[in-house]
Design a protein around this ligand. Structure first.
Ligand SMILES: [Zn+2]
Length: 502
């Protein structure tokens, strides 16, 4: 049986029974011993592979409990506009891609952020028409909640001056004549009906790239939280993962609320994802509807994971659980994001026993925009993992990839420092490093309901480990090695080259 001994390490177990150690011994994919070097060496058999960690830090493999794998895979194959600094730059990149594609083929572009563009505005259909009129173009905003179509794509999607907004959606229009500008908010589903699915080979290639990035980030398990997931999502993802050589573990993916409890599939390990959106005057679904969904899922032993970002929608989640008379606890009901959560709301979440899966890495990615756009009174409570933890909420953290690339170390650092890209520190309290590490290890495993298997370094658990050059909250910490089931799947080579092992 294959054995792996990590010795001469600073092992941070996240297991209160034995918080630190020097060595970890794994056998047949499981951790069998954690402790002093000498004791682990004695327990190892003669054929064990021994890795001298030279004093590096060993943690449980990172877990990302909230990302969107297929959207990320597709984004990795799309025209990347995340670092574009002007509309001209976006137009140039789309024009280049269009030149490689037969006329009529959709050009998919992602990642623009109007706040980072020199023009300080969203691109329009007319901007994108300058890139190509022979191809329909779909340009998706970094948040995933807005997109811009060129004129040809608008025509294919059937969006005209006469179109009415779908519930919750916005068609941005020219003031003079009501003509759509191409910018659409919360209308992904309407547009998706006009866009053919990405060819499978492209999805596989994208997923392969996503898998490599996850390993390089020390992430050994992921949970897909897409509300578009159907009853077959686990099989679909597993098949694509096999085809692409995707190495991280796939935790049971969420299933979108099907609109009717009778249509729920039977897998109790999969949370039910509900999108709660803020519209003009009320959240959709409203509190009464959400309470009914919560009651129906809870009765079937299904965890509910509600997407709620703004203070008003988070409040609506709390009111819905209160009205439903449902408490979290072992049921693992979750609030995804809880972007603004002041102390009184955090206390109500704690009293209900709800888990929050936060995104502190957004503070690093978008902190400068938050400082401009978010009311100063709310800023201390943005992705406030420290405030949530202080109120007694069980809080974990996800990347929400492809909104940002999955990077657990960036998540830990952002939770501790609340520092934006520019170096400006956001108001509020930083989380202590140990709890910040738990966000992406033990607490993430608990949120996903897999804490008996993953998230700690303790005998009996899966041997998923990450070796770091320094404690995870340090700015210079780098992933040196990623181990899944006792096998080294990725390591940073001494020559500086990164290598994945399939
Ligand atoms: Zn998400």
């Amino acid at each position: 049986m294959a054995e792996l001994l990590l010795s001469n390490a600073r092992v941070v177990t996240m297991d209160p029974a034995c918080p630190s150690a020097q060595a970890v011994l794994a056998r047949a994919g499981r951790i069998v011993r954690v402790g002093a070097d000498a004791a682990c060496r004695r327990a190892a058999s003669a054929g064990a592979r021994v890795i001298d960690c030279c004093g590096m830090v060993v943690l449980p493999g990172f877990i990302d409990p909230h990302l969107h794998l297929l959207a990320w895979a597709a984004a990795l194959r799309a025209v990347d506009c995340t670092d574009a600094r002007s509309i001209d730059e976006i137009v140039r990149r789309i024009r280049e891609r269009a030149a490689d594609l037969p006329p009529g083929t959709w050009v998919r572009a992602v990642g623009y952020d109007e706040s980072r563009l020199a023009e300080g505005r969203h691109p329009t259909r007319w901007d994108l028409d300058a890139a190509t009129t022979a191809h329909p173009v779909r340009l998706v905003h970094r948040s995933g909640h807005a997109l811009v179509l060129n004129s040809r794509a608008l025509a294919l999607a059937g969006i005209t001056v006469a179109s009415e907004e779908p519930p919750g959606g916005v068609i941005d229009r020219r003031l003079s004549d009501g003509e759509p500008t191409g910018l659409l908010l919360e209308m992904n589903e309407v547009v998706a009906r006009a866009v053919p699915p990405l060819p499978r080979a492209e999805l596989v290639a994208g997923l392969r790239e996503a898998g490599k990035r996850l390993l390089a980030a020390g992430i050994t398990a992921v949970q897909d939280l897409s509300h578009t997931n159907g009853p077959d999502a686990a099989n679909v993802l597993a098949a694509l993962a096999r085809e692409s050589g995707f190495a991280p573990r796939l935790l049971p993916p969420a299933e979108g609320w099907p609109g009717d409890a009778a249509a729920l599939s039977g897998d109790v390990a999969r949370p039910i994802k509900v999108m709660l959106r803020e519209t003009g005057e009320r959240p959709v679904p409203d509190v009464a509807e959400l309470a009914a969904i919560v009651r129906a899922c809870h009765a079937r032993g299904r965890a509910v994971a509600v997407h709620a970002v703004e203070r008003r929608t988070v409040t609506a989640v709390v009111e819905a659980f209160t009205r439903a008379g449902v408490r979290g606890g072992e049921a693992r009901h979750r609030i995804e994001h809880a972007g603004v959560c002041p102390p009184e709301l955090a206390r109500r979440i704690a009293a209900l026993g709800l888990i929050v899966v936060s995104n502190p890495v957004f503070l690093a990615e978008s902190g400068d925009r938050y400082l401009r756009d978010v009311a100063p009174a709310d800023q201390p409570y943005l992705y406030d993992t420290a405030g949530l933890a202080a109120a007694g909420v069980r809080v974990a953290a996800g990347s929400d990839a492809p909104v940002v690339s999955a990077d657990a170390l960036a998540t830990v650092r952002a939770a501790v420092t609340r520092t934006a890209r520019s170096g400006t520190v956001l108001p509020g309290t930083g989380l202590d490093p140990e709890r910040a590490t738990a966000l992406v290890t033990a607490a993430a495993a608990h949120a996903a309901g897999v804490e008996a298997e993953l998230g700690r370094i303790a005998p009996g658990l899966a041997a998923d480990l990450v070796v770091l050059s320094a404690e995870p909250h340090r700015a210079h910490a780098r992933v040196a090695m990623t181990i899944i089931g006792g096998e080294v799947r990725w390591r940073r080579e001494p020559d500086g080259e990164d290598r994945a092992y399939w």
